[in-house]
Design a protein around this ligand. Structure first.
Ligand code: SF4
Length: 71
């Protein structure tokens, strides 16, 4: 599973960084945007990244690429 960022929606609130600091970094200033790691999210970080997706106030984060397709 990976995370996609919609940079048009991201407003730099940094909730994602608070939830998953190993995965997200947010710069300072009014133009701050998130920087997210690329690639497959390790199992031991998945819960934190899911929380970041859940609590992003602008819904700029999205999980993609589920390992087991849902029917
Ligand atoms: S919580 Fe959402 S809006 Fe805030 S920096 Fe992270 S991705 Fe951007």
């Amino acid at each position: 599973m990976r995370v996609d960022v919609d940079f048009d929606l991201c407003q730099g609130h940094a909730e994602c960084q608070a939830e998953a600091p190993d995965w997200f970094t947010v710069g300072k200033g009014s133009e701050a945007k998130v920087r997210a790691k690329r690639g497959e999210i390790p199992d031991d970080q998945l819960a934190d990244v899911k929380a970041a997706v859940k609590y992003c106030p602008t819904q700029a984060l999205r999980l993609v690429g589920t390992r087991t397709p849902q029917e």
